[in-house]
Ligand binder design. Sequence first.
Ligand SMILES: [Cu+2]
Length: 283
Amino acid sequence: MVNRLRGLSSALVAAGVMAGSAGAAHAAGIGQPEDWQISMQQAVTPLAREMQSFHTELMWIITAIVLFVLALIVVVVVRFNEKANPTPSKTSHNTAIEIAWTVVPVLVLLLIAIPSFRLLRNQLVIPKADITIKTTGHSWYWSYEYPADQGGGFQFDANIVEQADLKPGQPRLLTTDNEVVVPVNKVVRLQTTSADVIHSWGVPSLGFTMDAVPGRLNEIWFKIEREGVYYGQCRELCGQRHAYMPIMVRAVSDAEYATWLTQAKQKFASTATDGTKLADATR
Ligand SMILES: [Cu+2]
Protein backbone atom coordinates (compact mmCIF):
# COMPACT_ATOMS: atom_id res chain seq x y z
CA MET A 1 0.00 0.00 0.00
CA VAL A 2 2.76 2.40 1.05
CA ASN A 3 4.73 1.46 -2.05
CA ARG A 4 1.70 2.02 -4.20
CA LEU A 5 1.20 5.46 -2.66
CA ARG A 6 4.86 6.26 -3.19
CA GLY A 7 4.56 5.18 -6.82
CA LEU A 8 1.50 7.33 -7.25
CA SER A 9 3.16 10.39 -5.72
CA SER A 10 6.28 10.04 -7.89
CA ALA A 11 4.03 9.65 -10.94
CA LEU A 12 2.29 12.85 -9.91
CA VAL A 13 5.61 14.65 -9.46
CA ALA A 14 6.73 13.43 -12.89
CA ALA A 15 3.46 14.66 -14.39
CA GLY A 16 4.01 17.98 -12.64
CA VAL A 17 7.52 18.30 -14.04
CA MET A 18 6.24 17.48 -17.51
CA ALA A 19 3.43 20.00 -17.16
CA GLY A 20 5.99 22.53 -15.87
CA SER A 21 8.31 22.05 -18.82
CA ALA A 22 5.37 22.14 -21.21
CA GLY A 23 4.42 25.43 -19.54
CA ALA A 24 7.94 26.75 -20.10
CA ALA A 25 7.70 25.83 -23.78
CA HIS A 26 4.57 27.99 -23.96
CA ALA A 27 6.23 30.91 -22.19
CA ALA A 28 4.09 33.26 -24.25
CA GLY A 29 1.18 32.24 -21.99
CA ILE A 30 0.23 35.75 -20.90
CA GLY A 31 -2.64 37.08 -22.95
CA GLN A 32 -3.59 33.67 -24.28
CA PRO A 33 -4.74 30.34 -22.87
CA GLU A 34 -2.18 27.73 -21.79
CA ASP A 35 -2.32 23.95 -21.89
CA TRP A 36 -4.01 22.52 -18.78
CA GLN A 37 -4.89 25.98 -17.54
CA ILE A 38 -7.69 26.04 -14.97
CA SER A 39 -7.34 29.55 -13.60
CA MET A 40 -8.07 32.79 -15.42
CA GLN A 41 -5.61 34.48 -17.74
CA GLN A 42 -3.32 36.99 -16.03
CA ALA A 43 -5.03 40.33 -15.54
CA VAL A 44 -3.25 43.24 -17.24
CA THR A 45 -5.73 46.04 -16.56
CA PRO A 46 -6.99 47.49 -13.26
CA LEU A 47 -10.54 46.38 -14.14
CA ALA A 48 -9.47 42.80 -14.88
CA ARG A 49 -7.59 42.66 -11.58
CA GLU A 50 -10.60 43.94 -9.69
CA MET A 51 -12.84 41.38 -11.42
CA GLN A 52 -10.51 38.54 -10.58
CA SER A 53 -10.19 39.49 -6.92
CA PHE A 54 -13.98 39.81 -6.70
CA HIS A 55 -14.21 36.33 -8.21
CA THR A 56 -11.82 35.02 -5.55
CA GLU A 57 -13.80 36.72 -2.75
CA LEU A 58 -16.98 35.07 -4.04
CA MET A 59 -15.26 31.68 -4.15
CA TRP A 60 -14.37 31.98 -0.45
CA ILE A 61 -17.89 33.05 0.50
CA ILE A 62 -19.47 30.24 -1.55
CA THR A 63 -17.07 27.68 -0.09
CA ALA A 64 -17.89 28.76 3.48
CA ILE A 65 -21.64 28.54 2.78
CA VAL A 66 -21.36 25.11 1.16
CA LEU A 67 -19.27 23.75 4.06
CA PHE A 68 -21.72 25.20 6.62
CA VAL A 69 -24.76 23.65 4.89
CA LEU A 70 -22.90 20.35 4.49
CA ALA A 71 -22.11 20.35 8.23
CA LEU A 72 -25.81 20.97 9.05
CA ILE A 73 -26.85 18.08 6.79
CA VAL A 74 -24.32 15.75 8.41
CA VAL A 75 -25.55 16.71 11.91
CA VAL A 76 -29.17 16.06 10.89
CA VAL A 77 -28.33 12.72 9.28
CA VAL A 78 -26.25 11.47 12.21
CA ARG A 79 -28.15 12.82 15.21
CA PHE A 80 -31.73 12.94 14.04
CA ASN A 81 -32.21 9.74 12.09
CA GLU A 82 -34.98 7.35 13.21
CA LYS A 83 -32.62 5.09 15.16
CA ALA A 84 -30.68 7.79 17.02
CA ASN A 85 -33.75 9.90 17.71
CA PRO A 86 -36.86 7.65 17.84
CA THR A 87 -39.22 10.30 19.32
CA PRO A 88 -38.81 13.49 17.26
CA SER A 89 -39.46 16.92 18.74
CA LYS A 90 -42.75 18.62 17.70
CA THR A 91 -41.15 22.10 17.62
CA SER A 92 -42.47 24.25 14.75
CA HIS A 93 -41.20 27.75 15.68
CA ASN A 94 -38.00 29.20 17.06
CA THR A 95 -37.92 32.98 16.86
CA ALA A 96 -34.18 33.32 17.43
CA ILE A 97 -33.30 30.88 14.62
CA GLU A 98 -35.85 32.45 12.27
CA ILE A 99 -34.36 35.91 12.81
CA ALA A 100 -30.84 34.51 12.36
CA TRP A 101 -31.58 32.73 9.10
CA THR A 102 -33.12 35.91 7.71
CA VAL A 103 -30.52 38.38 8.91
CA VAL A 104 -27.37 36.35 8.17
CA PRO A 105 -28.18 35.83 4.43
CA VAL A 106 -29.01 39.54 4.16
CA LEU A 107 -25.61 40.38 5.61
CA VAL A 108 -23.93 37.92 3.23
CA LEU A 109 -25.71 39.52 0.28
CA LEU A 110 -24.63 42.98 1.47
CA LEU A 111 -21.07 41.73 1.76
CA ILE A 112 -21.28 40.66 -1.91
CA ALA A 113 -23.24 43.69 -3.13
CA ILE A 114 -20.73 46.33 -2.01
CA PRO A 115 -17.72 45.16 -4.09
CA SER A 116 -20.08 44.10 -6.89
CA PHE A 117 -21.61 47.57 -7.35
CA ARG A 118 -18.20 49.21 -6.92
CA LEU A 119 -16.85 47.07 -9.77
CA LEU A 120 -19.88 47.82 -11.94
CA ARG A 121 -19.38 51.53 -11.37
CA ASN A 122 -15.68 51.32 -12.23
CA GLN A 123 -16.56 49.55 -15.47
CA LEU A 124 -19.31 51.91 -16.53
CA VAL A 125 -17.86 55.27 -15.51
CA ILE A 126 -15.16 55.83 -18.09
CA PRO A 127 -12.19 57.95 -16.99
CA LYS A 128 -10.96 60.69 -19.31
CA ALA A 129 -9.86 58.72 -22.35
CA ASP A 130 -6.47 59.21 -24.01
CA ILE A 131 -7.53 57.47 -27.18
CA THR A 132 -10.79 56.21 -28.61
CA ILE A 133 -11.07 53.25 -30.94
CA LYS A 134 -14.22 52.06 -32.62
CA THR A 135 -14.64 48.43 -33.52
CA THR A 136 -17.35 47.02 -35.74
CA GLY A 137 -18.28 43.35 -35.79
CA HIS A 138 -18.89 41.77 -39.17
CA SER A 139 -19.76 38.22 -40.15
CA TRP A 140 -16.99 37.10 -39.57
CA TYR A 141 -14.22 39.54 -38.73
CA TRP A 142 -13.67 42.77 -36.79
CA SER A 143 -12.87 46.15 -38.27
CA TYR A 144 -11.24 48.99 -36.35
CA GLU A 145 -11.36 52.74 -36.77
CA TYR A 146 -8.82 55.20 -35.34
CA PRO A 147 -10.22 58.74 -35.40
CA ALA A 148 -8.36 61.50 -37.25
CA ASP A 149 -8.30 63.93 -34.33
CA GLN A 150 -6.07 61.50 -32.40
CA GLY A 151 -3.48 61.04 -35.12
CA GLY A 152 -5.40 58.27 -36.85
CA GLY A 153 -7.92 58.80 -39.60
CA PHE A 154 -7.92 55.26 -40.96
CA GLN A 155 -9.74 52.00 -40.56
CA PHE A 156 -8.82 48.42 -41.24
CA ASP A 157 -10.17 44.88 -41.06
CA ALA A 158 -8.66 42.15 -38.91
CA ASN A 159 -9.20 38.70 -40.36
CA ILE A 160 -8.19 35.37 -38.87
CA VAL A 161 -4.89 33.86 -40.03
CA GLU A 162 -5.76 30.34 -41.10
CA GLN A 163 -3.86 27.47 -39.52
CA ALA A 164 -1.81 26.71 -42.64
CA ASP A 165 -0.50 30.29 -42.75
CA LEU A 166 0.53 30.62 -39.08
CA LYS A 167 4.13 31.56 -38.32
CA PRO A 168 5.94 29.88 -35.40
CA GLY A 169 4.69 31.20 -32.07
CA GLN A 170 1.39 32.45 -33.43
CA PRO A 171 -1.51 30.82 -31.58
CA ARG A 172 -4.10 28.89 -33.59
CA LEU A 173 -7.59 30.42 -33.94
CA LEU A 174 -6.43 33.61 -32.20
CA THR A 175 -4.07 35.27 -34.68
CA THR A 176 -5.30 38.01 -37.00
CA ASP A 177 -3.63 39.58 -40.04
CA ASN A 178 -3.94 43.13 -38.67
CA GLU A 179 -3.88 43.87 -34.95
CA VAL A 180 -5.26 46.54 -32.68
CA VAL A 181 -2.31 48.57 -31.39
CA VAL A 182 -2.64 50.69 -28.25
CA PRO A 183 -0.16 52.51 -26.00
CA VAL A 184 0.47 51.05 -22.52
CA ASN A 185 -0.71 52.87 -19.40
CA LYS A 186 -3.16 54.96 -21.40
CA VAL A 187 -6.91 54.94 -20.96
CA VAL A 188 -8.43 53.53 -24.13
CA ARG A 189 -12.11 54.01 -24.73
CA LEU A 190 -13.38 51.22 -26.94
CA GLN A 191 -16.64 51.66 -28.77
CA THR A 192 -18.36 48.64 -30.24
CA THR A 193 -21.08 48.24 -32.81
CA SER A 194 -22.00 45.76 -35.50
CA ALA A 195 -22.65 45.83 -39.21
CA ASP A 196 -24.91 42.78 -39.23
CA VAL A 197 -25.76 40.46 -36.31
CA ILE A 198 -24.89 40.79 -32.61
CA HIS A 199 -21.24 40.05 -31.88
CA SER A 200 -19.27 40.67 -28.69
CA TRP A 201 -15.74 41.98 -28.32
CA GLY A 202 -13.91 40.26 -25.48
CA VAL A 203 -10.30 39.79 -24.38
CA PRO A 204 -9.97 37.79 -21.12
CA SER A 205 -6.79 39.42 -19.83
CA LEU A 206 -8.27 42.90 -20.32
CA GLY A 207 -11.21 41.82 -18.18
CA PHE A 208 -14.36 42.46 -20.14
CA THR A 209 -16.56 41.66 -23.06
CA MET A 210 -18.74 44.27 -24.73
CA ASP A 211 -21.66 43.45 -26.98
CA ALA A 212 -21.48 44.77 -30.54
CA VAL A 213 -25.09 45.43 -31.49
CA PRO A 214 -26.22 46.76 -34.89
CA GLY A 215 -27.57 50.30 -34.61
CA ARG A 216 -26.11 50.82 -31.13
CA LEU A 217 -22.85 52.20 -29.88
CA ASN A 218 -21.61 50.56 -26.68
CA GLU A 219 -18.46 51.60 -24.93
CA ILE A 220 -16.05 50.32 -22.32
CA TRP A 221 -12.55 51.26 -21.28
CA PHE A 222 -9.26 49.59 -20.48
CA LYS A 223 -5.76 50.60 -19.44
CA ILE A 224 -3.16 47.95 -20.23
CA GLU A 225 -0.33 48.01 -17.71
CA ARG A 226 2.28 45.91 -19.50
CA GLU A 227 3.48 45.63 -23.07
CA GLY A 228 2.48 42.48 -24.88
CA VAL A 229 -0.04 40.82 -27.13
CA TYR A 230 -3.44 39.90 -25.76
CA TYR A 231 -5.84 37.64 -27.58
CA GLY A 232 -9.61 37.37 -27.49
CA GLN A 233 -12.52 36.12 -29.51
CA CYS A 234 -16.06 37.01 -30.42
CA ARG A 235 -18.14 36.19 -27.33
CA GLU A 236 -21.62 36.16 -28.82
CA LEU A 237 -22.79 33.14 -30.75
CA CYS A 238 -23.18 34.97 -34.05
CA GLY A 239 -23.27 32.37 -36.78
CA GLN A 240 -21.38 29.83 -38.82
CA ARG A 241 -17.89 31.30 -38.37
CA HIS A 242 -18.37 32.68 -34.86
CA ALA A 243 -15.28 30.78 -33.69
CA TYR A 244 -13.13 32.28 -36.44
CA MET A 245 -13.22 36.02 -35.73
CA PRO A 246 -10.44 36.44 -33.16
CA ILE A 247 -9.14 39.64 -31.59
CA MET A 248 -5.48 40.56 -31.23
CA VAL A 249 -4.44 43.57 -29.16
CA ARG A 250 -0.83 44.71 -28.99
CA ALA A 251 0.16 47.11 -26.20
CA VAL A 252 3.31 49.11 -26.98
CA SER A 253 5.26 52.09 -25.63
CA ASP A 254 4.23 55.62 -26.58
CA ALA A 255 7.10 55.93 -29.07
CA GLU A 256 6.25 52.64 -30.76
CA TYR A 257 2.62 53.65 -30.90
CA ALA A 258 3.49 56.91 -32.65
CA THR A 259 5.61 54.99 -35.18
CA TRP A 260 2.81 52.49 -35.73
CA LEU A 261 0.29 55.30 -36.29
CA THR A 262 2.49 56.79 -39.03
CA GLN A 263 2.97 53.43 -40.73
CA ALA A 264 -0.69 52.47 -40.36
CA LYS A 265 -1.79 55.74 -41.94
CA GLN A 266 0.14 54.81 -45.08
CA LYS A 267 -0.75 51.13 -45.00
CA PHE A 268 -4.45 51.80 -44.62
CA ALA A 269 -4.50 54.99 -46.72
CA SER A 270 -7.07 53.51 -49.11
CA THR A 271 -9.53 53.16 -46.25
CA ALA A 272 -8.94 56.63 -44.76
CA THR A 273 -11.93 58.02 -42.91
CA ASP A 274 -13.25 61.46 -43.79
CA GLY A 275 -11.82 62.97 -40.63
CA THR A 276 -15.07 63.13 -38.73
CA LYS A 277 -14.80 62.48 -35.04
CA LEU A 278 -16.26 59.32 -33.59
CA ALA A 279 -19.58 59.82 -31.87
CA ASP A 280 -19.60 60.03 -28.11
CA ALA A 281 -21.88 57.29 -26.79
CA THR A 282 -22.38 59.11 -23.50
CA ARG A 283 -24.16 62.03 -25.15
CU1 LIG B 1 -19.30 37.31 -33.78
